[in-house]
Write a protein that binds this ligand. Structure first.
Ligand code: HEC
Length: 241
């Protein structure tokens, strides 16, 4: 092969590569991944601080401390310091942080008492409140949701929609799906064009006290106990166009 021919092939590959770039931008993907990482890093603050779950008003963790632990979790998860991104990425980060602040402030001050029947600020309740607040902050332009497969559903308001269910059942639960691998697609959602990304989560030891055995059978609508290592949830992001 001549050098000219090689250059031509490289050029052709480049042009074709651009032509088959998906309709959604890598910016949407970056935003959705960033929101997922931040939601996980903030939810983990509760997992790490049991008093905040049991008695949020008396745990001595205010908004600033909650956020500083969130950023250190983010750093542990990603290997890089939390830094505000530019443009739309930074804007999305800000909007989620604003939602987190409002939720934590509401609960630790005692203004928001809508917790579980035992008054606990459970990680999943934090996630649901934060997702709802985030949708309000973005005026519905972006949404976040913690959902799961039907067998392990506790709260019906977290039920997977048709698209989420098709990805959970048709991909995440299929043999050969790479553990932890997320799935994204440009699709129609609520009558609008939307970029959607969903990432799977798995039951760990710390989840089993509530989701495993008899306790799991009690809280899951299906009465099926969860098993460690199994797919036990998913974080779903939608960015409307
Ligand atoms: C202290 C008990 C407890 C622990 C520990 C716990 N959960 Fe839950 N989980 C619940 C309850 C109660 C709900 C329903 C919360 C609500 O009202 O939104 C829930 C909801 C969820 C949801 C949202 C979907 C649904 O079923 O409503 C997911 C996903 C989930 N849990 C996954 C996990 C995972 C993964 C872990 C471990 C990392 C975990 N949970 C640890 C009690 C617990």
């Amino acid at each position: 092969m001549t050098n000219k021919f090689v250059s031509f092939v490289i050029l052709l590959a480049f042009v074709l590569g651009l032509a088959v770039t998906p309709a959604w931008s890598s910016e949407d993907e970056a935003i959705a991944n960033e929101l997922t990482t931040l939601l996980k890093a903030s939810r983990a603050v509760l997992v790490q601080n049991k008093p905040l779950i049991k008695n949020p008003q008396k745990a001595g963790i205010g908004v600033d401390k909650f956020l500083s632990i969130t950023y250190s979790n983010y750093e542990k998860a990603t290997g890089k310091k939390f830094k505000k991104g530019s443009g739309n990425i930074g804007k999305a980060q800000d909007q989620l942080i604003q939602a987190i602040k409002l939720v934590v402030e509401g609960v630790v001050s005692g203004k928001d008492t809508a917790l579980d029947p035992q008054g606990r600020f459970l990680p999943a309740i934090f996630a649901r409140k934060t997702a709802t607040q985030f949708g309000q902050v973005t005026r519905g332009q972006m949404t976040l949701k913690l959902t799961t497969r039907d067998e392990y559903l506790v709260n019906v308001s977290n039920k997977a929609d048709a698209w989420e269910k098709s990805v959970i059942d048709g991909k995440f639960l299929k043999q050969g799906w790479k553990k932890g691998q997320s799935f994204s697609q440009m699709t129609q959602h609520k009558g609008k064009k939307a970029f959607r990304l969903i990432s799977p989560e798995y039951f760990k030891k710390g989840c089993m006290g509530c989701h495993g055995g008899e306790n799991g059978a009690k809280i899951h609508a299906s009465k099926m106990p969860g098993l460690q290592g199994q797919l036990g949830g998913a974080i779903s992001v939608s960015i409307y166009k």
